[in-house]
Design a protein around this ligand. Structure first.
Ligand SMILES: Cc1cc2nc3c(=O)[nH]c(=O)nc-3n(C[C@H](O)[C@H](O)[C@H](O)COP(=O)(O)OP(=O)(O)OC[C@H]3O[C@@H](n4cnc5c(N)ncnc54)[C@H](O)[C@@H]3O)c2cc1C
Length: 498
């Protein structure tokens, strides 16, 4: 065993008790393995619960330990060379789970490729992204992380290894059979529920005849530790452009989304910021120098829609610009109320603007936590079918107005997936916000939506998972978990209440 691989948890490890949910856990020991073999060694040596950590950017406390051992993968950050099939032009890269998204992007860009899933937070690790089936703005065009993962190596709770390649192992109906590296055959039955036809990262993926790799993408570290990934890469678009469009009302914003969907322009991203989100940026810019780069937002800017385009030539990009111009004319909005970004520097600035909103929310929650330590972030992550966008917006707005709770709404409106961030000032606000959230979740499930579109369930949304799939569905997930992790050691408290 590598000298000192498993060490007692001490004060210098305090950061590893938390993630971006701002929940704080507890742990007895910690390890920073460098290889899959060391991960297997840790799992076979430690007793009791093991919490798997990537970069701890998750916002549902999945990486927050609840006692036991912390298995932190930051040291497993190797990135292999880009491999290109010269006959098809297709490309892949093999990476270790602790590799950060920003480093993977840097590695593939000079080769003319990119990795499309982009959960805004580029310091996320790829293992964490796979474990949560992360999405982000560009998933409107490119889909979630699962569509870009072609192979995984997973270390199971007993240290045995499961190599899985997309296209090789399929369920027979809902029955599945897996063979580990040691030759052990694991046979089981997938949950019987239907996955909603919307963006979803809630619980285990299950479908008749599915590729079994999809069971492990989005499992939030509850079935095994991902120790290696092969990623499919996309060719970098010849031209990329982003337009931030400021609108006078929410109705105008919804109207613009409908026009974009009905058009032939195929945006890569369709994002939204409500009036409170823009106000939060105005406030934080005024009092926090690290937000000085956020441009001035005149008072007439009420809401904003961000459209991103990935195109192969000037004509295609011009068509998109024409679309925006025509749409604004129909809505009676001036072309001046837009920011147009092309080229990597300007696109980075546009991204920084979008990132500033969740960052500002997180800072505010951290500030409020100083006077009320039990407070955590209360952010929704639910998606609904296209036909329910207006209804879900109305539901959020009415609920917020009636409750008087402070909030901001932003996110992936193209996928009818908005993050309502309730900003509680005290635990009483938090309790009321949580009740409102539960009410919304019930309605979202009735609409055919998902209680988590991209962040996952973690430890703070387990009640919503039950709401979506019922006791029976959660019980069926638990049966799969027990098959692969009989002693329930991996990520205790995540997905399933303890
Ligand atoms: C400002 C901000 C904006 C964000 N915006 C988005 C967004 O738009 N879209 C989106 O999808 N997410 C978003 N996120 C959430 C977050 O970035 C993602 O959930 C991310 O994919 C998690 O990666 P991580 O490495 O930080 O994982 P962690 O937080 O460390 O872990 C997340 C979960 O994955 C498990 N896990 C981690 N690594 C492994 C592994 N190798 N094997 C098995 N299990 C593992 C953990 O146990 C935990 O359950 C945002 C976060 C922030 C802070």
């Amino acid at each position: 065993m590598a000298e000192g691989l498993i060490v007692p948890f001490c004060a210098e490890h305090a950061d590893y008790l938390t993630d971006e949910s701002r929940c704080v856990g507890a742990a007895g020991t910690i390890s920073f393995p460098k290889t899959g073999a060391e991960v297997a060694e840790v799992l076979s040596k430690v007793r009791g619960g093991v919490t798997v950590q990537g970069a701890r950017t998750g916002i549902v406390a999945g990486a927050v330990p609840s006692g036991g051992h912390v298995l932190n993968l930051r040291g497993m950050n190797g990135i292999g060379p880009v491999r290109v099939d010269s006959s098809t032009g297709k490309a892949w890269i093999t990476v270790q789970p602790g590799a950060l998204l920003l480093d993977i992007c840097k590695a593939v860009e000079p080769e003319g490729f990119f990795f499309p899933p982009d959960p805004t937070e580029s310091s996320a690790s790829i293992g964490g992204m796979a474990a949560t089936n992360a999405s982000g703005a560009r998933s409107y065009l490119y889909g979630p992380a699962r569509e870009w993962i072609s192979a995984l190596s997973v270390v199971l709770a007993d240290g045995d290894v499961l190599p899985i390649r997309r296209g090789e192992t399929f369920a027979d109906g809902r029955k599945f059979s897996l063979t580990t590296q040691k030759g052990r055959v694991i046979e089981g039955i997938l949950p019987g529920y239907g996955i909603p036809g919307v963006k979803s990262a809630a619980g285990y993926y299950a479908a008749d005849g599915m590729d079994i790799i999809d069971l492990f993408i989005g499992m939030e570290g509850t079935l095994g530790v991902i120790t290696e990934l092969e990623l499919r890469l996309a060719k970098k678009p010849a031209l990329a452009g982003g337009i931030t469009i400021f609108l006078p009302s929410e109705e105008a914003a919804i109207c613009l989304v409908g026009m974009a969907r009905d058009s032939s322009i195929k945006p890569a991203a369709v994002e939204y910021f409500n009036p409170s989100a823009l106000n939060l940026l105005r406030c934080i810019k005024a009092r926090n120098p690290s937000f000085a780069g956020v441009p001035e937002l005149p008072a007439r800017f009420n809401t904003a829609i961000y459209l991103e385009f990935h195109k192969e030539n000037e004509d295609e990009l011009d068509e998109c610009i024409m679309f925006v111009s025509d749409a604004l004319a129909k809505l009676g909005v001036s072309d001046d109320d837009t920011w147009f970004a092309t080229g990597s520097k300007e696109m980075e600035r546009a991204k920084a603007f979008r990132h500033a909103v969740p960052e500002a929310v997180n800072l505010l929650v951290a500030e409020r936590k100083k006077s009320c330590p039990s407070l955590t972030k209360l952010g929704t992550d639910m998606s609904v079918p296209d036909s329910c966008l207006e209804a879900v917006m109305a539901m959020y707005n009415t609920g917020l107005l009636e409750s008087g709770l402070e909030s901001v709404i932003f996110g992936h409106i193209g996928n009818n997936h908005l993050h309502v961030n309730i900003l509680p000032a005290c635990m009483e606000d938090y309790k009321r916000g949580r009740e409102l959230y539960m009410l919304w979740a019930e309605r979202v499930v009735e609409m055919g939506g998902s209680v988590s579109a991209e962040h996952g369930i973690g430890k703070i949304k387990t009640a919503f998972l039950q709401l979506m799939y019922g006791r029976e569905g959660v019980g069926e997930m638990l049966a799969v978990k027990r098959l692969l992790d009989p002693d329930m050691r991996l990520n205790p408290g995540t997905l399933f209440e303890r």
